[in-house]
Ligand binder design. Sequence first.
Ligand code: NDP
Length: 231
Amino acid sequence: MAALVTGGNRGIGLAIARELRARGEPVAITHRGTCPDDLFGVPCDVTDTAQVEEAFEKAEAELGPITTVVANAGITDDGLLLRMDEAQFSGVLDANLTGAYRVARRGARSMLRQRRGRLIFVSSVVALRGEAGQANYAASKAGLVGLARSLARELGSRGITANVVAPGLISTDMTDELGETRRRQILDGVPLGRPGEAAEVAAAVGWLASEQAGYVTGAVIPVDGGAGMGH
Ligand code: NDP
């Protein structure tokens, strides 16, 4: 039994990979170029179905059947609606939502054989509250909720759970790009008044992946300092 974390080479994905490993699970991460020395990495762009298949093949040849899949890889490409062209909209959907479908579909194949599995999708607080300038991103992240809940119903009888973790503002490369004013604005809506750490998201994912969370499926777990008030 092993785990695969997409986009596990940095940020939240890297923290998740380390958390799962610390909990005793062999872990493969996907990357698009560089991979930390201490982790087993397989190249994969989640927008390419063949690369997803190849990544699972390599990971399973090394570690055995993948029974935990964390669909973490994601991008932003912000813009106001009238300035957001179709490529900008569908590019984010393809990476964040269809990418998650691709890895879940391939991962479920192994999980069905093992009659055990954990599908975990990294969404966002903006999935359910929306965000001006992020129509593409919020739509992709909201889509993950429908995807996870459908899979929870479809695969539950085979011992496979499907859950979502919805982080708020977390300090990573993705949010380093935000200006100080925007950062302040976001933090004004965060009861805990600070950004989260990648390790705090990883802790929730680690629990969802564990045996202890065996009766939790179709859930959306916020890790957002209270920004979404558990929506
Ligand atoms: P980073 O930008 O730090 O890392 C993104 C990761 O996704 C990288 O590993 C990147 O790979 C990978 N990735 C992006 N596109 C693809 C692709 N097409 N195929 C494969 N891998 C890809 O982001 P975070 O760590 O902050 O974000 C991780 C997840 O958490 C994302 O889904 C994000 O939407 C979500 N999230 C983040 C929040 C935050 O505040 N940081 C808040 C809420 C959700 P590479 O290194 O090759 O670019």
